[in-house]
Design a protein around this ligand. Structure first.
Ligand SMILES: NC(=O)c1ccc[n+]([C@@H]2O[C@H](COP(=O)([O-])OP(=O)(O)OC[C@H]3O[C@@H](n4cnc5c(N)ncnc54)[C@H](OP(=O)(O)O)[C@@H]3O)[C@@H](O)[C@H]2O)c1
Length: 385
């Protein structure tokens, strides 16, 4: 039995992981859970899975949980340090990293430094600190296994391939809810329409990122770090059915693809059980029912953030940090109804357009650039909208 800690246990990836753990019986034992503000769901998770350590975002929320857990033997911590403590808890074998945004970076790094297997969903951590995480993983021997369905697909396709055989890696994107919306109508799209994803049920931030295709842009940078690929080796295709998650083109003209139903439990399970495959009660792929698999090129006029993500791939250093920070602020402002949908692109483009490239070689620098860019984005939003 493997001990598992879940960072972001109350979110979409977190709850899917806990459902899997339950379905897999005695394979995994939950020892740690970290969440943000959803105290009531965390309480239910503690009662069901009996972890030894749990963390919440604030001291107040942790105190409330402690009060309700009076008779339980569980350590309750809080804040970023609390999530880090859960991440490197001494009994952990596997850590699922699924806290959205740069908030996930410190705990992810703690798990990597502890030399654990990290089932990584929090793509923003790799986007803003890919070089740091990679160096720490090499030093500690941590295994970073992707959870994102596209990266899990690439990971599976590359398992038996030599790096020199790989010519191109293609990530697929569903295209989100506005793939076929006339450009003139996208501007006025509401929060509800942006959150109505045609294929995946996910957290709000990643769902909005899927509507702007920034999610795919972040995934390009994620793939660069996970698989050591050059910008010219990375491509995107729109694939509305979300059945083929990625394609790996080899130098002899063969292309490998990974297909599975649109269910995040499949890549999560693989990250937990790798290199083993276990049978599960997960949905089966029925291609006769799917019937057609379509692929389209990405229209960068419709999805201009892809161009900025490509720039982040080429420039590296502080650029991806700034891109991520501006995007996090803009998406939050959209979700809070302070700006419209098309203003996300406007804010991100303008803020990163002013960004002055620096090294971002240390964690302190990454957080300083993140802070500075957030302030710039917030000021722009206040001034203009
Ligand atoms: N959902 C998917 O299908 C999917 C697929 C691929 C990759 N991903 C990636 O996985 C990550 C998580 O996505 P999601 O869809 O699961 O998001 P989500 O549903 O919004 O969940 C986010 C989780 O992070 C927790 N959290 C937020 N801020 C925190 C903080 N400061 N400290 C501790 N915990 C905090 C939340 O807690 P509370 O809810 O308690 O506040 C929640 O448990 C993202 O990076 C996303 O891009 C998701």
């Amino acid at each position: 039995m493997k001990n598992i800690a879940i960072l972001g246990s109350t979110g979409s990836i977190g709850t899917n992981t806990l459902e899997l753990v339950e379905a897999l019986g005695d394979t995994f034992n939950v020892v740690g859970l970290a969440a943000g503000e959803n105290t009531s769901l965390l309480l239910r998770q503690v009662e069901k899975f009996r972890p030894e350590i749990v963390s919440l975002k604030t001291k107040e929320a942790a105190a409330k949980l402690k009060e309700r857990l009076k008779n339980r033997k569980v350590r309750v911590v809080y804040g970023s340090e609390g999530a880090e403590e859960v991440a490197c808890f001494e009994r952990n074998d596997i850590v699922v990293s699924a806290i959205t945004g740069i908030e996930g970076l410190r705990p992810t790094l703690a798990a990597v430094r502890a030399g654990l297997r990290v089932a990584l969903a929090s793509k923003e951590s790799l986007v803003v600190a890919g070089a740091i995480l990679q160096a720490e993983a090499e030093a500690s021997g941590a295994e970073v296994i992707p959870v994102d369905s596209e990266h899990s697909g690439i990971f599976q396709c590359l398992a038996k391939e030599k790096r020199e055989n790989v010519k191109k890696v293609t990530l697929t994107a569903s295209g989100g809810p506005f793939f076929q919306t006339p450009l003139s109508e996208i501007k006025g799209k509401s929060v509800e329409e942006a959150l109505d994803h045609p294929r995946w049920k996910m957290g709000k931030k990643v769902t909005v990122d899927s509507a702007t295709l920034m999610n795919k842009g972040l995934e390009l940078v994620e793939a660069r770090w996970l698989f050591g690929l050059r910008p010219s080796e990375l491509a995107i295709l729109i694939h509305p059915q979300s059945i083929v998650h990625s394609l790996v083109e080899l130098r002899d003209g063969s292309t490998l693809a990974q297909l599975s139903p649109t269910d995040m439990k499949i890549p999560i399970q693989y990250a937990l059980t790798y290199p083993k495959r276990v049978s599960s009660r997960l949905p089966e792929l029925d291609l006769a029912r799917v019937r057609s698999l379509e692929f389209y090129p990405v229209d960068e006029k419709r999805f201009p953030l892809i161009r900025l993500a490509r720039l982040a791939l080429e420039k590296e250093k502080s650029f991806p940090v700034a891109l991520n920070a501006a995007n996090e602020v803009a998406v939050e402002a959209f979700l809070n109804r302070r700006i419209g949908f098309s203003a996300i692109v406007e804010v991100v483009s303008e803020v990163v357009g002013l960004h002055r490239l620096s090294e971002a070689a240390s964690l302190e620098e990454v957080f300083a650039i993140d802070r500075e860019t957030r302030e710039q984005a917030a000021t722009l939003i206040k001034r203009r909208f």
